[in-house]
Write a protein that binds this ligand. Structure first.
Ligand SMILES: [Zn+2]
Length: 184
């Protein structure tokens, strides 16, 4: 597997081509910025290696413990963290559940102290309407950027492990050949 610093370097190298392609496809500075920003976030902090004590995990600083249950639930390099689309979608859902729990707790505490009115049903309905209508393009661009960051990680993991496997098998076969020659 490439080291954390190699993954970081790959993310930074790919950033400019991703931004260029996105600009050529959308001709929108806003969408290019969102895709590039979420790609960078995914590559450096929100990638598949949150399933282990990686650089991505450590970059969450004091908040890193929110990923401990995620690590407990998933085996390192499992399809649920390193799978195409499934990894990104599960991480987004996981973070969403975590943030929802914190929000529910904060609102309940605020209501108990200040006694303000809050309607969760209305809030959820309005948020879904905003995300699916007004901010639809932004939501899609964010997801695409996050998945591209994850994909660059998965591809470099796959390329590196198949390269190591081929190196190992060629070393084994040359060792077998030299042992065979010695016997002769
Ligand atoms: Zn990985």
């Amino acid at each position: 597997m490439p080291s954390g610093s190699t993954h970081d370097r790959i993310t930074l190298w790919i950033l400019a081509p991703i931004a260029t392609i996105c600009w050529l496809l959308t001709e929108s500075g806003e969408l290019t910025l969102i895709v590039s920003g979420s790609f960078l976030f995914s590559g450096l902090m929100f990638g598949p290696d949150l399933d282990t004590h990686s650089r991505q995990f450590k970059r969450w600083g004091r908040l890193k413990s929110i990923w401990l249950p995620y690590q407990k639930l998933l085996r390192h390099r499992s399809i649920f963290s390193h799978g195409f689309w499934i990894g990104t979608i599960l991480r987004v859902c996981y973070l969403f559940v975590f943030l929802s729990l914190i929000s529910v707790f904060t609102v309940a505490l605020g209501q108990a102290i200040f006694g303000f009115h809050w309607n969760w049903q209305e809030f959820i309905k309005n948020s879904i309407a905003l995300l699916t209508r007004e901010y639809k393009d932004i939501a899609i661009a964010t997801l695409v950027g996050l998945e591209l960051g994850s994909l660059s990680h998965i591809l470099s993991d796959t390329i590196c492990s198949s390269y190591k496997k081929s190196q190992k098998s060629s070393r084994n076969s040359s060792a077998r050949k030299s042992a065979h020659r010695k016997k002769k």
